[in-house]
Design a protein around this ligand. Structure first.
Ligand code: OFO
Length: 165
């Protein structure tokens, strides 16, 4: 059975994944309104994936005898300066999520909770992918700079770009 302390820490991660989903949803909606439909589609998909990350945690907590707590919704930032700004936010956010996952791993080791430790490996791998993807996108955006044609093609390609899950 999950220790109360671990269940609490996992529920904080539930909240962070839910907040991530909301955050990407706000970015998607902003991008769509600005006419960046491909980027919007990418961000809508990313938002859905964050919800899946949240659900995986809830199921795990419940399967281990805890109670997965559905958090309240907080309004995320709604306005962004431009597409570069969006993906800077994505990278900063994913680095924050990775830090939190590492803290959870640390707690599992302290508590000798190897079951939760194993469960969390999926998130460790996922975070490597998410950070990598955000960095690659930012590199592309740096190359594009202010070039409108480049941004147009980038937007089109993002519509079909795979997100991990
Ligand atoms: Fe849940 O991986 Fe991004 O935040």
């Amino acid at each position: 059975k999950l220790a109360t302390k671990t269940a609490q820490a996992l529920n904080e991660q539930v909240e962070l994944e839910a907040a991530s989903s909301q955050y990407y949803l706000a970015m998607a909606s902003w991008a769509e309104v600005q006419g960046y439909n491909g980027i919007a589609q990418f961000l809508y998909r990313h938002s859905d994936e964050e919800r899946v990350h949240m659900l995986k945690l809830i199921h795990f907590i419940n399967d281990r005898g805890g109670h997965g707590i559905v958090p309240a919704l907080k309004q995320p930032d709604l306005e962004f300066r431009n597409i570069h700004d969006i993906f800077e936010h994505v990278l900063t956010h994913e680095i924050l999520v990775s830090t939190e996952i590492n803290k959870l791993i640390d707690l599992c080791l302290q508590e000798k909770d190897y079951t939760t430790h194993t469960f969390l490996q999926w998130y460790v791998t996922e975070q490597i992918e998410e950070e990598k993807m955000a960095r690659q996108i930012l590199d592309k955006l740096k190359l594009i700079g202010e070039d409108k044609g480049g941004l147009y093609i980038f937007d089109r390609d993002m519509g079909t770009m795979r997100t991990e899950d």
